[in-house]
Structure formats: C-alpha cells, structure tokens
Design a protein around this ligand. Structure first.
Ligand code: DC
Length: 233
C-alpha cells in the first residue's frame, strides 16, 4: 500500500461504547489499536508515583515524554500494560485513575509530549485510534472519523454495570457526578477539547446495544472504498 497506513478514529466521552467498538474493529480488520486514554492514565499514575501534583505542568510533561511503557498480549491473549516493568492494566482502569488522567490531559505540554508516541502507532495494515482528539488533532487526515455520544445517565449506568461485574463498589449517583465533572473538564479545556471533527460521522448510542454500534460502524467502513475489509476472518 502507498502512503501511510490507514487510520479510523473513534472519539467521544467515556461510556459510549468506544473501547468495545475499537477492539471489535481492530480484531475484525486485523489492525493495530491505540487506546490513547491509557497513555493519559499511565502519565497520571507515573506522576503520582513520583509525588508530583497534577498541576505541575512541565514536570508532568517530562514524565509523559519519558513514559516507560510496554503494551503486550499476555499468554491468555489479554492485553498487558507494563509501567516501569510493573503490570498496571487493572490499576489504571479505576475511576480515580480516570479522573487523574482527565486532569493531566488538560495540560498542553502533556498533550504535546504524547503526540508523537500516539502517531507512532500508525503502522500497516492500519490503525484504530480510540480517544477524545484522534480525529481533530492526532490523525486529522484519517480515512474515517467516527464520534460516539450517549446520554450521561445511560453512560453512568453502563459504567456502573462494568464496575459491578468487577465487584468494584461505586454508587450510581457518585458516578453520575464524576462523569459530569470529567465531561466538563474534557470539553472546556483549551488544549484539544473533546469535540467531533468537522468531517466526523456522529452516532448517539443511548438506545443501542454494542452489536448495533458495531454494525453501524461496519456500514460506514463499507462506504469507504479506500479501507480494505477483506481481512481473512
Ligand atoms: O478514554 P479514557 O476514559 O481512558 O480517558 C481518560 C481521560 O484521558 C479522559 O477523561 C480524558 C483524557 N483523554 C484525552 O484527553 N485525550 C485522549 N485522546 C484520550 C483520553
């Protein structure tokens, strides 16, 4: 294939089904997957472990630039994330880690420090990029840009179900508050705020199940002849 590998961006707030859709697309197409939120979560965790306040922009940006992280498939095929050699995939998924990530993600120097690392994921045969600014900032020339939304109450309910399955106890009301706070921070920040790219296709997933979301995305891909869909299943 000539030129850089193709990219499909999937942006939107938490709890809209992005993560599941991106994994499904990456498997179906046989493409690489960038979970950009994990990089912000890892930066926040690494900063916290160095006792840095999330407001110390240049120090946190230096941590982001020097992140010692390895993404690898474990023996059971489940993704492992190693930070400084320690497995942290469960630790970075907590609500606390998500909130800390949202704080460091508002710092322009931190975003700049992570930009090239994200772009380096663009490798053949292609990349599915999951985040907030994939279509607007990181991959503005992506072949296809999807943007998912859903009612905040429904997103809190989904998140509550996920956490209950992992036997993590958080009240629905607390989750609704946290989601509202995080949305406000992600949307209102001046550096790469959460918003659809002008050429993104938007889907409200409030009343849809994940199979319907995947089906919709697959239809969008089918309408882009430049995206090869003949990967052997
Ligand atoms: O997708 P996530 O919940 O793992 O993201 C955690 C936080 O990181 C989210 O609140 C905002 C931030 N983030 C970002 O600013 N830009 C991205 N591309 C991905 C995540």
């Amino acid at each position: 294939m000539n030129g850089p590998a193709p990219v499909i961006t999937v942006d939107g707030p938490g709890g809209v089904g992005k993560g599941t859709l991106c994994q499904w697309l990456a498997t179906r197409l046989g493409w690489h997957l960038l979970d950009s939120g994990a990089l912000y979560r890892l930066t926040a965790l690494a900063a916290q472990r160095r006792n840095l306040p999330p407001t110390d922009e240049s120090a946190v940006a230096a941590v982001a630039a020097g992140l010692n992280v390895v993404f690898s498939a474990g023996t059971d095929g489940v993704l492992q994330i190693l930070l400084d050699g320690e497995e942290v995939s469960a630790v970075i998924r907590s609500e606390t880690a998500g909130n800390a990530a949202s704080q460091v993600a508002a710092l322009p120097q931190v975003r700049a420090a992570l930009l090239q690392r994200q772009r380096d994921f663009r490798q053949t045969p292609g990349l599915i990029a999951d985040g907030r600014d994939m279509g607007t900032v990181v991959f503005p020339n992506a072949e296809l840009k999807l943007f998912l939304t859903a009612d905040p109450a429904e997103r809190a309910r989904r998140r509550h179900n996920q956490l209950s399955q992992k036997e993590m106890n958080v009240s629905l009301a607390a989750l609704e508050r946290e989601i509202a706070e995080r949305d406000a921070r992600d949307v209102q920040r001046t550096a790469a705020p959460l918003m659809p790219a002008a050429d993104a296709i938007i889907l409200d997933t409030t009343a849809l199940n994940i199979a319907q979301v995947c089906e919709w995305a697959w239809r969008q891909i089918g309408q882009r002849p430049k995206i090869p869909t003949s990967h052997p299943d």
